[in-house]
Design a protein. Sequence first.
Length: 126
Amino acid sequence: MRKPMAWTVVGIVLVVAELSLVKFTQIRAAIKAGSSWQPPPETVTTVVASVQDWSATIEAVGSAVPARGVTLAADLPGVVQSISFQSGAYVQEGQELVELVASDSEPDGHFRSRTPNAGALRGVVP
């Protein structure tokens, strides 16, 4: 029983010794090659500068977002009486945008004004 176990231990020691020797020679060769190694030269490209005409416009696809915008919201329920601008149009500061007639809601869901044009609101650009 001891003989087969001894041969197994001897075999494992020989395999470990052989792998250690191979790795030792690889490391030694890498160190030897590393001492004489130089990095490759950098690749450089050149272009001769020349005068060229550039087009004044560039075609592109994208979205435009305004730097300043306004969101209209009413604090009171009502009916929009008139809209004083076109979508996407430029407006001036203080220009009337929307006229809203404030009203009360009846149980049947219809809005009725207490008095004609009572509570008329005007949305303006801040």
